[in-house]
Design a protein around this ligand. Structure first.
Ligand code: CP
Length: 302
């Protein structure tokens, strides 16, 4: 992993996922260490973020590194018309690692090809969010004790949700059964279903969340990504389509956990938060340890 960019989750092998998970567990036991002293990480966020940016920055701070960057383009020279090409060329002079979120699919790959500094994709449009996937894998492993042979309910915006695209590809290494639950307008794109077909993996598609819910090991809820819609009517048709309520979890497996990359809007009622099966806030905390593991691996410090 040393000096390698992380743009797509498929840039890493199954063995590398497991190495990151093992390192994350070490960081969870001991999150404050001076491993990144003298290192500078640039966080370039061309799109809004709370968890990804702040957990990366928390991870760097706890490892005694420094952070530069911007949280929105309004405070950068992008507003003056500077290109992504020039921004990456310039920022590469100032740091050891670039963490970038951008609305355009393929932007992180483009950035990684412009510089010798490793680039971590913190989300590129509806395409990929690989560090979210690694923290999702860590959360699944911690709650299930395994990544193998799990029944995954993936719910909501499967068309534009980049977290589910990366998660599908990573979990495919561990023989999952997927249940894709979405409105017709937001179904899992064919390219991902063809990927599963090529691997001979089982998946089911439907609109109804409640049916077969007792089979789930993980219910992975997602928000409708209305910012990616070209037609506002799509938002009207799909918003509030799913609302997970505490009473719907009655009779689910004891090991079942509800995950969500967050932010949530209306798709999980607050009454679910008190259920011990709600794991999404712990999942977000796991992001710090997993991002410590990813950065120290790429910088060759672990
Ligand atoms: N999960 C996630 O990417 O959250 P943010 O958009 O707040 O970073």
């Amino acid at each position: 992993m040393k000096n390698r960019s992380l743009v797509s989750i498929t840039d890493y092998s199954k063995e590398e996922y497991l190495r990151i998970l093992s390192l994350a567990d070490e960081f969870e036991q001991n999150p404050v260490q001076p491993l990144m002293e003298g290192r500078v990480v640039a966080t370039l966020f061309f799109e809004p973020s709370t968890r990804t940016r702040l957990s990366f920055e928390s991870a760097v701070n706890r490892l005694s590194g420094r952070v530069i960057g911007f949280a929105d383009t309004a405070s950068s020279s992008v507003t003056k018309g500077e290109t992504l090409y020039d921004t990456i060329k310039i920022v590469s002079n100032y740091c050891d690692l670039i963490v970038m979120r951008h609305p355009l699919e393929g932007s992180a790959r483009f950035a990684s090809e412009l510089t010798d500094i490793p680039v971590i994709n913190a989300g590129d449009g509806a395409n990929q969010h690989p560090t979210q996937t690694l923290l999702d894998l860590y959360s699944i492993y911690k709650t299930q004790g395994t990544l193998e042979n799990l029944t995954m309910f993936v719910v909501g915006d499967l068309k534009y949700g980049r977290t589910v695209h990366s998660l599908l590809m990573a979990l495919s290494q561990f023989n999952p059964t997927f249940h894709f639950i979405s409105p017709d307008e937001l179904k899992m794109p064919d390219e991902y279903k063809l990927y599963l077909d090529g691997l001979g993996l089982e998946y089911h598609e439907r609109k109804d969340l409640s049916s077969n819910i007792k089979d789930a090991d993980i219910i992975y809820m997602t928000r409708v990504q209305k910012e990616r819609f070209s037609d506002p009517i799509e938002d009207e048709k799909t918003k509030n389509v799913y609302r997970l309520k505490n009473k719907m979890l009655a009779g689910t497996k004891p090991n079942m956990r509800v995950l969500h990359p967050l932010p949530r809007v209306t798709e999980i009622d607050q009454d679910v938060d008190i259920n011990p099966k709600a794991y999404y806030f712990t999942q977000a905390r796991n992001g710090v340890y997993v991002r410590q593991a990813i950065m120290t691996s790429i910088l060759g410090l672990k």
